[in-house]
Structures are given as structure tokens and as C-alpha cells.
Design a binder for this molecule. Structure first.
Ligand SMILES: NC(=O)c1ccc[n+]([C@@H]2O[C@H](COP(=O)([O-])OP(=O)(O)OC[C@H]3O[C@@H](n4cnc5c(N)ncnc54)[C@H](OP(=O)(O)O)[C@@H]3O)[C@@H](O)[C@H]2O)c1
Length: 215
């Protein structure tokens, strides 16, 4: 192990540096042209109804702003209501015509049903479900004594998405809508000290094989 670590300490930094040096410039150029190309086929989102889980911070919050700037109506869900109110206000200022907030814990099946019902009850439809709510964990698997402590991670990251998607499917079928899943590279490149997080994301990726034809 010491030998492997020594080898990695020697080889990994220059390899990473050289890879970034040669990879980043062409990748940046590719990304620029790809975004220009995609703008010709951008989906028209004005008036669409979007439910975002975990919208009180991070990626979910910024997705809310992105949808808002395209004129989508938003249902923002998470546990911290005070944060949701701030995000909702900012989303309105960015152009969202109507924003509601829903206090919900996605690890609870009843909350997931209520989230979807409340959204459809208010707006009359659902076009996009963004499954974003999630938590991380870093620890050595063999050092874990209390396995029960990791139930909440699977219940949030995996089951939270399963419950919400299942309740949303009939409405998404009606609108020919979309399920958006925020997963992680950990689903295909498992990271050390993240066994449970890796497992939850692998499960999400397997389930994200949901297309309008196969809800
Ligand atoms: N950041 C990264 O580098 C990265 C990389 C790959 C994938 N991801 C994934 O992206 C997603 C968002 O990550 P982030 O970095 O934006 O994290 P974050 O800033 O911590 O946001 C997580 C969001 O999920 C919500 N949430 C957590 N547990 C919840 C629960 N039980 N019920 C309802 N909402 C819950 C939180 O809101 P409340 O606390 O208010 O409930 C918060 O809004 C996660 O699924 C994460 O696995 C992140």
C-alpha cells in the first residue's frame, strides 16, 4: 500500500497537470460550439410547470433560476422553508410567472405524494420533474459500526427519487413531460470512502432509464 501511494504521489500530479493542459482548451472550444449549436434546438419552456426537489440550495437552487429565466412556473420543494422563500423571490424576479414552495422531506413517501399533488393541484399540470434532492457521505465502509445510520442516505437519494417519480409519472404522461435526474459521476466511477453514496447514485442511474415511451 505504501509503495502504491508513493507511486501515485509521484505520477498522479504531473499526469493530471498534463491531461488538463491538453484536454481543457479543446474541451472549452467544443463546449462553446456545442452550446451555440444547441441554442438552435432549445426547448421552449415559457409557461411549463417544473417541480424541483432540493431547491433550497446548490444545484437545485440554480436550476430554479435557470428555469425562471426561461419563463417556467415553479414548484420548489425542500425542508428549509426560509431558504425556499428566498429562492422563490429571486426566481420571480428572474421571470418565473408563478412560484410555489412546498416543505417536504423526500425520504417520506407521503411528502413525495403531497409534493406532486400540490403542484398539479395549483398549476393543473406538470411538465418537468427535476429529482435533485440528495445528501453525501464520506467514510470507510469497514469502519462503519452502525449501518442503520446510512438508511437516511438511501431513503433520500434513492427512494426519494423513486417515490416522487412514481407519483409524477401519470401527470408527465399527460403532458409528454420529462424526468430530469441529478446523479453523480460516482454512479459509473465509484469513489473511495463513498460506498453508500456510490450505491445510491448507481441505483438512480439504473432508474433514470425512463423515457416518455417507457414510463
Ligand atoms: N455538488 C456536487 O459536486 C455534486 C456532484 C454530483 C452530484 N451531485 C448531486 O446533486 C444534488 C444536489 O447537490 P448539491 O451539491 O446542490 O447539494 P446541496 O447544496 O447540499 O443541496 C441539496 C439539496 O437537497 C435538499 N435535501 C436534502 N435532503 C433532503 C430531503 N430529505 N428532503 C428534501 N430535500 C432534501 C436540501 O434542502 P433542505 O436541506 O432544505 O431539505 C438542498 O436543497 C445531490 O443529489 C447530489 O448528490 C452533486
Amino acid at each position: 500500500m505504501v509503495l502504491i501511494n508513493g507511486f501515485l504521489n509521484l505520477v498522479a500530479p504531473p499526469t493530471t497537470f498534463l491531461t488538463l493542459l491538453f484536454f481543457l482548451p479543446p474541451y472549452a472550444v467544443f463546449k462553446y460550439f456545442f452550446s451555440v449549436f444547441r441554442s438552435f434546438f432549445a426547448e421552449y419552456l415559457a409557461g411549463n410547470v417544473v417541480l424541483i426537489t432540493g431547491a433550497s440550495s446548490g444545484i437545485g437552487e440554480h436550476l430554479a433560476y435557470e428555469y425562471a429565466s426561461h419563463g417556467a412556473c415553479l414548484a420548489l420543494a425542500a425542508r428549509r422553508v426560509d431558504r425556499l422563500e428566498q429562492v422563490a423571490q429571486a426566481a420571480r424576479e428572474l421571470g418565473a410567472p408563478d412560484v410555489i414552495i412546498i416543505a417536504a422531506d423526500v425520504s417520506k413517501i407521503d411528502d413525495c405524494k403531497r409534493m406532486v399533488d400540490h403542484t398539479v393541484g395549483h398549476f393543473g399540470r406538470l411538465d418537468h420533474l427535476v429529482n435533485n434532492a440528495g445528501i453525501g457521505s464520506v467514510c470507510m465502509f469497514e469502519e462503519v459500526d452502525d449501518m442503520e445510520a446510512f438508511r437516511s442516505l438511501m431513503e433520500t437519494n434513492f427512494w426519494g427519487m423513486v417515490y416522487t417519480t412514481r407519483f409524477a409519472v401519470p401527470h408527465l404522461r399527460n403532458s409528454q413531460g420529462r424526468v430530469v435526474v441529478i446523479s453523480s459521476g460516482a454512479s459509473w466511477f465509484p469513489m473511495p470512502r463513498s460506498s453508500f453514496y456510490n450505491a445510491s447514485n448507481l441505483g438512480i442511474t439504473c432508474l433514470s432509464d425512463i423515457s416518455p415511451a417507457s414510463y
